[in-house]
Design a protein around this ligand. Structure first.
Ligand SMILES: Cc1cc2nc3c(=O)[nH]c(=O)nc-3n(C[C@H](O)[C@H](O)[C@H](O)COP(=O)(O)OP(=O)(O)OC[C@H]3O[C@@H](n4cnc5c(N)ncnc54)[C@H](O)[C@@H]3O)c2cc1C
Ligand SMILES: NC(=O)c1ccc[n+]([C@@H]2O[C@H](COP(=O)([O-])OP(=O)(O)OC[C@H]3O[C@@H](n4cnc5c(N)ncnc54)[C@H](O)[C@@H]3O)[C@@H](O)[C@H]2O)c1
Length: 442
């Protein structure tokens, strides 16, 4: 088979590029390893199912029968994911110029890829190849890690039995979100991390507030713990660490995600890897003049919207003026979907201190905002770092209700150099959390 464009992986960048190229009259073959993964990680085993479970848990917090809440939430999540997966498939399948082949890709040379799947083997020769194969959970190479109650994020998203005690190894994005989720499902949650500092990238006042919020929910946080092994005893797993032994009926491993280059045989195409195993690319995401990598596998920050932005960079080269590259997104917002959510953009206070530039810090407790009281969500802290010479916003951390929505305003404000004074006097609707920005920037 010959094609102009072969896209490997149905991730955010790949599927968006496939549709765009096809609409511009180009031929596209999209290879996806699994029919359970049409739409990629986000739709099937990432953002969407995790946020659906979080919302189901929050909305049903008052219901005492937590097993019921858990089972209902799983059903609602499964139903949503099934619909979205089908919609993702149909949207591309409906395009005349796109052929989806459910098969695993393996490079034979710079232009030839062997696709092996349920319908047999296809040798595809392509003018251009785009690799969008995502990432996989990092595994722990310690005794007992293959135990039946040890899960990664994919497994824990589809638990059949309601856990009473959940131990989470790692304290990053996945850990925090699942800690809140399973707390809402009535589990006693313990977080164990090898690092000595809780949320090392955050300022201490924000990390302390998150600690307080977690502890108020009965979540235990164990830091500086070396996890030595897991032991299965009847229907319980013992997590043996340098800081003691913890008992669980489910253990979540959330210690990071590694690039998924498994089985691609990239060496056959002369494609190099970085020290950490990501595909080596230039600032326009090229691994070779006719081969691009996008999303998690390219070492881009592991977010769906960054994979989408990688698509924009590649699209600009193929269909636009080629002006975009990975260097022109210096700051972008992030959100950990805890309760309240923790959203951030730009510098933290400690980064500003290290930068040596003059700055001032503005803080506001969430409880000072009337809408937080209406919502009964008075936990949290808002924080802004402002250049004291020119009044530019250097960074914002919002740990409060609606933070995940409001943070997007600051991407615009910072990109367009809107000064801090503007927010002090901006007219906001009332009662809203965002009107608190008048006070934060006052
Ligand atoms: C639990 C969880 C929650 C998350 N929550 C968020 C969130 O709230 N917000 C956010 O922005 N990000 C979130 N992320 C991160 C986000 O999901 C990823 O960064 C994003 O999905 C990566 O997309 P991608 O385009 O790199 O590829 P992916 O979406 O990972 O797609 C890669 C595809 O390639 C396929 N594939 C792999 N190898 C081959 C091969 N050899 N041949 C053919 N096909 C292959 C895979 O089956 C897969 O479908 C979350 C991740 C997880 C795990
Ligand atoms: N809301 C979101 O945008 C969202 C949600 C989930 C995941 N994600 C993306 O997925 C990525 C992966 O998430 P993650 O939580 O797996 O990784 P992470 O990098 O966010 O956190 C990993 C944690 O594991 C700890 N750790 C590493 N090795 C350990 C060990 N041996 N023992 C104990 N602790 C150990 C680290 O100290 C760290 O706290 C995130 O970095 C993020 O980019 C995003």
């Amino acid at each position: 088979m010959n094609t102009q464009n072969l896209i490997i992986g149905f991730g955010k960048a790949g599927k968006t590029l496939a549709a765009d190229l096809a609409k511009h009259g180009q031929q596209v073959i999209l290879a996806e390893a699994s029919e359970q993964m049409y739409g990629g990680t986000c739709i099937n085993i990432g953002c969407i199912p995790s946020k659906k479970l979080l919302v189901e848990g929050e909305q049903n917090a008052a219901i005492a029968d937590k097993n019921h809440v858990f089972q209902q939430a799983m059903q609602a999540k499964n139903s949503l994911v099934t619909k979205l997966r089908a919609a993702n498939f149909s949207k591309l399948d409906a395009l005349d110029n796109v052929q989806i082949i459910t098969a695993k890709a393996r490079f034979e040379d710079q232009n030839t890829v062997l696709l092996s799947g349920r319908d047999g083997e296809f040798r595809v020769t392509a003018e251009r190849i785009f690799i969008n194969t995502g990432s996989l959970p990092v595994e722990l190479n310690i005794p007992g890690a293959d135990g039946k109650q040890i899960y990664n994020s994919t497994g824990i998203l589809s638990l059949n039995t309601h856990p009473k005690r959940l131990v989470i190894i790692g304290c990053g994005y996945i850990s925090l979100e699942f800690a809140f989720m399973y707390h809402q499902f009535g589990a006693k949650v313990t977080i164990i991390d090898s690092g000595n500092t809780f949320l090392p990238r955050e300022d201490r006042d924000i990390a302390d507030e998150m600690t307080r919020v977690l502890q108020a929910r009965g979540v235990d946080i164990i830091l500086g713990a070396d996890v030595k092994r897991f032991e299965q005893h009847s229907n319980k797993t013992q997590v043996i660490t340098s800081q003691g032994t913890f008992s669980a009926d489910a253990v979540l491993l959330a210690v990071g995600r590694r690039p998924n280059t498994d089985g691609l045989a990239l060496e056959n195409a002369g494609i190099g890897l970085t020290e950490r195993g990501f595909i080596k690319i230039n600032s326009q995401l090229q691994a070779a003049p006719h081969i691009w990598a996008m999303g998690d596998v390219a070492g881009s920050p592991q977010f769906t919207y960054i994979s989408l932005d990688d698509y924009r960079i590649v699209r600009e080269q193929l269909l636009g003026e080629g002006k975009r590259n990975t260097q022109d997104r210096p700051h972008f917002p992030t959100t950990v979907f805890t309760e309240p959510p923790l959203a951030q953009i730009g510098m933290t206070e400690s980064q500003a201190a290290k930068s040596g530039r003059p700055y001032r810090v503005a803080t506001l407790r969430a409880e000072a905002i009337p809408k937080a009281k209406i919502l009964n969500q008075t936990d949290g802290l808002l924080k802004a770092i402002i250049d004291s010479d020119n009044n530019q916003i250097l960074g914002v951390t919002l740990f409060c209700a609606e933070a995940h929505e409001i943070i997007n305003l600051f991407k615009m404000a910072m990109d367009h150099h809107i000064p801090a004074d503007y927010l002090k006097n901006q007219i906001f609707t009332h009662p809203t959390i965002s009107e608190g920005l008048n006070d934060l920037f006052a």
